[in-house]
Design a protein around this ligand. Structure first.
Ligand SMILES: C[S@@+](CC[C@H](N)C(=O)[O-])C[C@H]1O[C@@H](n2cnc3c(N)ncnc32)[C@H](O)[C@@H]1O
Length: 723
């Protein structure tokens, strides 16, 4: 790689690419080339092509280095339930999925799952497009305001209720997570180096305007976290109001249930600086050392929790409850606004407040320490259930957002959290919500009562996505608009085959009748005739669980076009979601496993469903029919010519076996020798297999052009290395 650098810069002093020393197992590498160099420099053309191809396939993800840090501190294990609260465009979700899947053997799925949520529906589509490369059955994508993420708590009476035909098991009565990532919207000043525009646009009002929302998201994350679980709070901003102040407020509100973990022993090679113990708040050009200094009329903009002590002033205590941004002080029992004692003061400067928590355990990553973007990260552990008021606040607001029409009677009264129980519509008391809904937050999705929105005049140009500039595909090189278009066009395609205007109208009606307007319903696919025909045709081994783990997005099960496979963990969440009246607004779920054949030849095949490329790796070890191994030379020809007559295969025995397969989809596995049309097919992590169409006269590949290209490269590497 040094020579590559030399060719570009006429100097070989710096390395072209190098592994990031702090990333485990050398899995992340840093490139010194700018986007411009990659695009324009001819010497880098092949390298650039390689990056683009591998990115498209899903083998490489291009990402700002520091943006990869938060998931590492989550300490995710394959059996964990992980919630990524503000997930789009999904670079961290992808990393989380990689960790969940890291030790999975071919054909087996991890016990954990990732729920990736984002408020913005278009960005959710982008996330779906990005994570599709992962081919995972362990992901659910949802579209909620993170601060109101549904708790899906089933009422105890529902334990035996059959929802969508499935029983809810008592241990599965609430959606809680082992790990929660709050990579919240922020003002994004940490991305200044690569997004210099921020220099002109940024103002202190942006951070002040987001503080309340950030606290709310953190609070909701904490309430959805299991006791003993870890939560990471992160921003790509260096503004303490969006960072240390938020973390301190979470600690304050949690009343000792959350602890800020000292992670100085983790990723020791990552250079980081401690969190700030004291800071001042800038409001309209005035630096404020404490809440006491706020001028009249600005109390609803700069609030106590933005300051290191988190304390308000006595004569404001009552007013704060209703006027403060973000509704942090609703109940008056916990939190800063009602604490009238004098703030802690640093004796050295006489008036600056000092944060009472071990806030230095937070991490600040600054650009000049290791040539990176800037990031703020705090790692929290839940050591006890949260105080009732904290839980109540967050679950109340969540339930207000996901009302469902279930009876309000609670037979066994005691020990039931009435607020959190399904369908318990309490009158909402939640305080001001920063209106940052850019998505399709419909009126149905609005709180019944919204308190005043924060005075945001100062935050002109405030963009709750600004924090995402770091992830705004500057690195990913994905054309965001194009990807959204591709995805939405794809998702617009009727799931039920050909476009029939009558059918489309009926389908629209079905959707409108659903709980989440405009979102295709998730339906468990149970058509035994179809499932049996698939099982018989491909000889799918009984040990592969199909029943109960197939879903579609089409209520008209007779015209299903795509069938998705879900892991056991996703199935459990789905069943819980059914049982609580579909509180989760699911925009994507499962791995596309089977697709209906629509061609004329396809409809005359014994099985009308083909195996999709995404699903093939999961089901491959269980397929016993319609599967053959092929020699490298014939495989190469097949990828090059896309379709080959049976008599034209170099290995004539293979050609004959292929011609004897049943009409329809089949699976071709790359063998190692020259004559490999043997009957014994071994599958391991290095196995290469593709879906093909066994026609009357020829065998044709059923993979995309880009997949063919990548497979040809892999094949030539293998042949070169004699693998
Ligand atoms: C910093 S970005 C997240 C980047 C993402 N974690 C990644 O690594 O690719 C913040 C995201 O929060 C989303 N967002 C803004 N307000 C939100 C809210 N109230 N609830 C959920 N998501 C929100 C934005 O749409 C944006 O995608």
């Amino acid at each position: 790689m040094k020579s590559l650098q030399a060719e570009v810069t006429e100097s070989d002093e710096a390395e072209a690419i190098r592994p990031l020393p702090w990333y485990p197992d050398n899995l992340a590498w840093h490139s010194n080339f700018s986007r411009m160099q990659l695009r324009k420099n001819q010497a880098l053309e092949r390298f650039h092509e390689f990056l683009k191809l591998e990115n498209e396939i899903g083998n490489i993800t291009r990402q700002e280095a520091v943006s990869m840090v938060p998931p590492l501190f989550l300490d995710v294990h394959p059996n964990h339930y992980v919630l990524d609260m503000c997930a789009a465009p999904g670079s961290k979700t992808f990393q989380l999925l990689e960790i969940i899947h890291q030790s999975s053997k071919p054909g087996s799925l991890p016990d954990g799952l990732v729920v990736a949520n984002d408020l913005d529906v278009q960005r959710c589509n982008l996330l779906i497009h990005q994570t599709k490369r992962m081919c995972t059955a362990n992901l659910i994508v949802t579209n909620h305001e993170a601060q109101h993420f549904p708790g899906c708590r089933a009422h105890t009476n529902l334990f035996n209720a059959s929802a969508a035909g499935s029983e809810v098991k008592p241990h599965n009565t609430q959606l809680t997570f082992d790990r929660v990532l709050c990579d919240v919207p922020c003002s994004g000043d940490g991305t200044l180096r690569k997004a210099p525009d921020i220099w002109r646009k940024w103002n202190s009002g942006m951070g002040n305007g987001l503080h309340g929302l950030q606290v709310q998201i953190g609070m909701r994350g904490a309430s959805l976290l299991k006791v003993g679980g870890r939560m990471v709070y992160s921003t790509c901003s260096m503004n303490p109001v969006e960072n240390e102040a938020v973390v301190a407020e979470l600690l304050r509100k949690s009343g000792g249930s959350l602890e800020l973990i000292d992670v100085s022993n983790e990723l020791p090679q990552l250079v980081r600086r401690p969190g700030l113990k004291k800071w001042r708040v800038l409001d309209r050009g005035v630096w404020l050392a404490s809440y006491k200094e706020i001028i009249e009329g600005r109390q609803s903009v700069a609030i106590p929790s933005m300051f290191p002590s988190g304390r308000g002033r006595k004569n404001q205590a009552d007013n704060n409850d209703n006027s403060e941004l973000g509704g942090n002080h609703l109940d008056g029992s916990i939190g800063s606004s009602v604490d009238v004692s004098e703030p802690t003061v640093d004796p050295e400067d006489g008036f600056d407040e000092v944060c009472e928590f071990p806030i230095e355990r937070c991490m600040r990553i600054v650009p000049h320490d290791q040539n990176s973007g800037a990031f703020f990260i705090a790692v929290l552990r839940k050591i006890a259930p949260l105080p009732a008021t904290f839980e109540k606040q967050t679950s109340k607001s969540a339930n207000d957002r996901s009302r469902c029409k279930l009876p309000q009677t609670i037979a066994d009264g005691e020990n039931v959290d009435v607020d959190a129980a399904v369908g318990m519509d309490e009158s909402p008391t939640e305080a001001g919500i920063i209106s940052n809904n850019q998505g399709e937050s419909s009126s149905a999705d609005k709180p019944a009562c919204e308190l005043p929105i924060q005075d945001n005049k100062d935050a002109e140009g405030l963009n709750t996505n600004a924090g995402d500039l770091e992830a705004k595909l500057v690195d990913n090189e994905v054309d965001e608009k194009a990807a959204i278009k591709i995805y939405s066009e794809e998702s617009k395609q009727p799931d039920d085959g050909e476009v029939d205007p009558k059918k489309s109208a009926a389908k629209r009606k079905l959707q409108i009748q659903g709980k989440w307007k405009g979102v295709d319903p998730v339906v468990l696919f149970k058509d035994e005739t179809v499932i049996d025909s698939i099982k018989t045709f491909y000889g799918i081994d009984e040990s592969f669980p199909l029943v109960g783990q197939l879903v579609t997005r089409n209520s008209d099960t007779n015209h299903v076009k795509r069938i998705y496979y879900i892991s056991k963990s996703v199935k459990d969440v789905l069943e819980l979601n059914f049982s609580v009246g579909q509180q989760l607004k699911i925009t994507s779920i499962g791995l596309k496993m089977f697709e209906r054949q629509s061609s004329r030849e396809g409809s005359s095949a014994p099985c009308s469903f083909r195996i999709s490329s995404e699903g093939l790796p999961v089901i491959l070890p269980y397929i016993t029919k319609q599967i053959l191994t092929i020699s490298p030379v014939d495989f190469k020809h097949l990828l090059q010519y896309k379709s080959i007559k049976y008599s034209d295969f170099v290995d004539s025995a293979f050609g004959e076996k292929a011609s004897n397969l049943m009409l329809g989809c089949c699976v071709i596995v790359l063998g190692t020798g020259t004559n490999t049309s043997s009957d014994v097919i071994k599958v391991d992590s290095s196995t290469i297999a593709i879906g093909c169409w066994k026609g009357r006269a020829s065998l044709s590949v059923m993979v995309t052009a880009i997949d063919c290209q990548e497979l040809l490269e892999r094949l030539s590497n293998r042949l070169e290395n004699n693998l």
